[in-house]
Design a protein around this ligand. Structure first.
Ligand code: TXA
Ligand code: MG
Length: 345
């Protein structure tokens, strides 16, 4: 199969129309959102959704998110829409929040991997919403990477993973968020299954009650995971990845440098994902600056791109500096730890 890449600029309409025609015909198409690129198909059509699983090599027990273009489109998809969901949708949609709610019989089992709940979100990106609206059905869309790889934040990343496996990629440039949406379960009580740029603190502010963080967010899942995505290997480049912490910047840098030297002596090429605050420790080493620790959003935005970049540049080992696991930093640490297979020093 030829994979066509169509730009969304200067006029998104023709490219969006082309993607909508493919999705209506039961095919797949990749498109940008404000978080990461998604690989879409008709979320009410089992055969179409099967093509997503096939292209990504995604395990069948990992359910998909249904994307809608406005809040009211959720009603046919869920059997309950509690007051808390209404408050959250009002506050954060369109935007990077996914709500897990009891599903209706309209949602095929393949989408939910047989679960009794369905994950739904209304993306913040205008072209994504225009595409969904033109389709006239909810669009099932996981991140448009090959299963297990870092999520794509540019059309080039999608092409690198899925060239020849999907018919179309809409190119909207780089995604602003850089990490996938926050996934929140509401029952029995609000619980963060995947942290994102809609933070725990923001959710608590709207719900006026505590939001729990599922234990698998910062630790390796044991036993039954409520969000099946938690138990699969994720975001992993082909390099060895470590997340490194310290009580002070100097202590963290010292840990990184000693391990870096050891690997280097053994002939392995190392790189360090540093921050503006810590870059001076790494003079004469291979390092990149993820962003500013005081603006965790800036660090989130570049993580996946830098993981792919380090791998492409041929590094064997990546050391990622830890940040405080609060606010957007919780989402960063969740993805960094998963990409490291939870190797935390
Ligand atoms: O930002 C995003 O959410 C992107 C863009 C494309 O919208 N999509 C995305 O989809 O990240 P995906 O499939 O890569 O991640 C969906 C996550 C998985 O961890 C999955 O296990 C979880 O949502 N999920 C889906 N349905 C669920 C359900 N019914 N209950 C619990 N978790 C669910
Ligand atoms: Mg994904």
């Amino acid at each position: 199969m030829q994979t066509l890449v169509l730009p969304l600029t200067p006029d998104p309409a023709p490219a969006v129309a082309r993607a909508a025609a493919l999705l209506r015909a039961g095919e797949t198409a990749a498109f940008p959102t404000e978080t990461v690129y998604g690989l879409g198909a008709n979320g009410l059509n089992t055969e179409a959704v099967e093509k997503i699983f096939a292209a990504k090599g995604r395990p069948a027990d990992n359910p998909l998110i249904l994307h809608i273009s406005k809040t009211e489109e959720i009603f046919p998809l869920v059997s309950e829409f509690p007051e808390k969901a209404r408050l959250l949708a009002e506050a954060f949609w369109p935007g990077p929040l996914t709500l897990v709610l009891p599903k209706s019989s309209a949602v095929p089992d393949i989408v939910t991997a047989g679960l009794s709940t369905v994950a739904v979100r209304c993306p913040g990106d205008a072209a994504a919403r225009a595409l969904i609206e033109k389709c006239g059905f909810p669009v099932a869309a996981p991140s448009a990477n090959a299963s297990g790889r870092p999520s794509p934040t540019s059309a080039a990343h999608v092409l690198a993973d899925l060239n020849g496996k999907i018919p179309l990629i809409l190119d909207g440039g780089e995604c602003e968020g850089g990490l996938e949406s926050t996934v929140l379960a509401l029952a029995p009580s609000p619980t963060l299954l995947r942290p994102g740029l809609v933070t725990r603190e923001m959710l608590e502010g709207v719900l006026n009650e505590p939001v729990a963080v599922h234990e698998a967010v910062l630790a390796e899942a044991v036993g039954e995971a409520p969000s099946p995505g938690m138990k699969h290997a994720h975001y992993a480049p082909s390099c060895l990845v470590y997340v490194v912490s310290g009580d002070t910047y100097a202590e963290m840098a010292a840990k990184i440098l000693s391990r870096c030297d050891e690997f280097t002596r053994n002939g392995r090429a190392c790189t360090i994902f540093a921050t503006e605050q810590t870059q001076d420790f790494y003079l004469y080493r291979n390092y990149v600056i993820m962003g500013d620790r005081n603006i965790p959003r800036s660090i989130c935005a570049r993580l996946f791109e830098l993981l792919r970049g380090a791998e492409g540049a041929g590094f064997d080992v990546i050391f990622i500096e830890a940040v405080k696991a609060e606010g957007e930093g919780l989402a960063f640490m969740n993805r960094a730890l998963r990409s490291a297979g939870f190797k935390f020093i």
